[in-house]
Design a protein around this ligand. Structure first.
Ligand SMILES: C[S@@+](CC[C@H](N)C(=O)[O-])C[C@H]1O[C@@H](n2cnc3c(N)ncnc32)[C@H](O)[C@@H]1O
Length: 214
């Protein structure tokens, strides 16, 4: 019923998150989105931005995915439905409220090919011992990428967790004050023999970094 009514007017449910403030689950034109006060977290534009990056990766060569920042899980839907990727995905999110929303509002189901971990991605990466063919980094609090995820120690751990010809897809924020940090991250990736592309204003908003091992 909500889906049908949403063709006439948007229907929004609000949920409080200690990490992201008010989360809004909105039915609009027959589709559900997850938003914060100022940003789209899942489905909608966020999903299109990550799809743009995934189109540039040969997913046939990818046997394992690490997703940092589960949100409502829209990139998992893209991987499964648009690219027929059916191999294992490990998804990490700090926010138990967001994980509940992914499960209960967006019907995300854990199975042998989807493991969901509720943990700070920073701590997860510090103790991680597994290498992945594709690492997707989509970590936001509202419109901001937390500064620790633009710092070199985190990126050294990301590189260590990437297989030799693996890919890294980073949805980066646009704020000017962070540009220097982003330039340093790109330099680090290049110095570790990653072919690194920077795509600006993807979907008219975000900067996307795509690195592939040479
Ligand atoms: C834009 S949403 C992710 C959307 C998701 N990739 C998708 O495809 O639908 C950003 C997510 O980053 C998570 N996040 C922010 N800081 C985090 C941290 N330190 N560790 C783990 N997750 C974090 C937020 O809880 C939020 O769910």
């Amino acid at each position: 019923m909500a889906k049908l009514l949403s063709y006439f007017y948007p229907i929004t449910k609000k949920v409080h998150s200690d990490f992201s403030g008010t989360l809004e689950i909105t039915w609009y034109n027959g589709k559900k989105h997850l938003d914060t006060k100022n940003a789209n977290y899942s489905y909608g534009s966020l999903q299109r931005i990550l799809k743009f990056g995934l189109e540039k990766i040969n997913l046939k060569q990818v046997n394992s995915v690490l997703l940092l920042g589960l949100g409502g899980g829209s990139v998992i839907e893209t991987l499964r439905n648009d690219f027929s990727y059916s191999k294992p995905i490990t998804a990490v999110d700090i926010d138990p409220v967001v994980i509940d929303i992914a499960r209960n509002e967006f019907n995300l189901k854990e199975d042998s090919n989807l493991k969901i971990i509720c943990e700070d991605a920073l701590l997860f990466m510090q103790s991680n011992k597994i290498a992945y063919d594709l690492i997707i980094i989509d970590l936001f609090i509202d419109t901001d990428v937390p500064i620790a995820f633009l710092a070199i120690p985190f990126w050294k751990q990301v590189i260590a967790a990437s297989t030799s010809n693996g890919a890294i897809l980073f949805n980066a924020s646009l704020q000017k004050t962070k540009n220097k940090a982003l330039v340093d991250v790109i330099e680090l990736l290049k110095s570790h023999k990653y072919h690194t592309g920077v795509f600006e204003k993807v979907n008219n908003t975000n900067t996307l970094i795509l690195s592939k091992g040479l």
